[in-house]
Design a protein around this ligand. Structure first.
Ligand code: HEC
Length: 95
């Protein structure tokens, strides 16, 4: 009985896991990624993976909302990210 329950819940986890993966490509905005059990927002993930290759990551609090906008537009070309990815990074930076 208990084993059956375990198998059923495992199957459910696998199913949800696959469904989540598919959704990431379709609607990345609402997705969050788990790294070592800590939920990481997509924006933070993008920021850390796309913006730290040329220089150190600047703290989100280092610039104000209106300062981040032109910086991001400038850095978007350097980081070769899409408009949607830039928006997600922006959302993370101004939180
Ligand atoms: C291809 C290399 C490269 C990538 C990728 C890159 N940057 Fe930069 N970044 C630079 C260089 C070079 C400078 C300094 C010269 C300049 O401002 O253009 C800079 C400067 C900055 C500054 C300082 C601006 C200021 O006015 O002091 C910030 C903040 C910044 N980048 C954020 C980002 C963010 C956010 C991303 C990701 C979207 C990113 N960078 C990706 C090369 C890069």
């Amino acid at each position: 009985m208990q084993v059956k329950y375990l198998v059923a819940s495992l199957a459910l986890v696998v199913t949800i896991g696959c469904a989540t993966k598919q959704q990431v490509t379709e609607v990345p905005k609402q997705q969050s990624i788990q790294v070592a059990g800590i939920p990481l927002s997509e924006g933070q993930y993008l920021y850390e993976s796309k913006c730290g290759s040329c220089h150190e990551l600047h703290s989100p609090s280092k610039f104000k909302t209106e300062e981040w906008k032109p910086i991001l537009l400038d850095m978007q070309k350097k980081a070769k990210i899409t408009d949607a990815q830039r928006e997600q990074i922006f959302e993370y930076l101004i939180k």
